[in-house]
Design a protein around this ligand. Structure first.
Ligand code: SF4
Length: 250
């Protein structure tokens, strides 16, 4: 069984947020030092058997806010029929839709409208991802936020101290099946806790540096990365580790 049960122990690191005195950062070191990597196009069977080549792009992407939608819109304007398979449909009929009061990308032919089929000459997969590669920039710039975050999860908690001070805690962790909502447990396949996707040469805190900097800032990232390095050094020096990710190679 390549997918490990979700309730495994985790090691957490918490520190003051250097960029905001009213915030703290709490980071899941079990996830950030894990060897997860996206295996889209190299083994990902898709979250639904009905769209095996669409990865987790099956449902379309909800925008986090108006700015997220507007930023994406500016990049969509740079796509054409040679780089976006559904260009004609998207420009004629629109590429967004409102669902339960929230804007998201439309689903066409079983996947997000920006998903190009494997045989499309302009490149298989997300047209906005390929656009970023052509422009020589991070895909953080071109894709809706949720698309570059999954399976990284940023959430917020509020804590109140007995001295009546309060802080917001920015929590960085794994976007596991439970994070998808009740339907997450019905996905046909998922990667974050699956040994088939824990095959990277480098840990998540290095491979996802750009994403983490966007989520917690450069100074916050340095503190979290230092904690990750210390965990790795302890493992290397002693062979002991606290709560390693169970989907990682043994
Ligand atoms: S994030 Fe996971 S489910 Fe989505 S495409 Fe990558 S491997 Fe597949």
């Amino acid at each position: 069984m390549p997918e490990v049960p979700l309730d495994f122990p985790r090691q957490w690191f918490e520190c003051a947020d250097p960029s905001d005195p009213d915030q703290r950062i709490r980071a899941d070191l079990t996830w950030l030092t894990s060897r997860w990597t996206c295996i889209f196009g190299r083994g990902c069977p898709g979250i639904y058997k009905s769209s095996p080549e669409a990865g987790c792009c099956t449902l379309g992407a909800h925008f986090s806010d108006k700015e997220d939608r507007k930023r994406t819109e500016r990049w969509v304007a740079k796509l054409d029929a040679s780089t976006w398979q559904r260009h004609r449909t998207g420009t004629k009929k629109g590429w967004t839709v409102k669902e339960d009061g929230a804007w998201k990308t439309r689903v066409v032919a079983g996947a997000c409208i920006f998903h190009n089929d494997p045989d499309f000459e302009g490149g298989y997969g997300c047209a906005l991802h390929h656009l970023a590669q052509r422009e020589g920039i991070s895909f953080i710039e071109t894709k809706p936020e949720v698309c570059w975050q999954v399976p990284m999860r940023r959430s917020y908690e509020n804590i109140e101290h007995p001295d009546e001070t309060a802080k917001t805690v920015v929590v960085i962790s794994e976007f596991d099946r439970g994070s998808w909502g009740p339907g997450g447990h019905d996905l046909d396949w998922y990667c974050s806790n699956n040994t088939e996707a824990h095959i990277a040469a480098e840990p998540v805190y290095i491979s996802a540096r750009d994403e983490l900097v966007a989520l917690i800032g450069a100074e916050g990232y340095e503190l979290v990365a230092r904690a990750c390095r210390e965990v790795e050094q302890m493992r290397a020096a002693t062979g002991l580790t606290i709560a390693p990710h169970p989907a990682d190679p043994k």
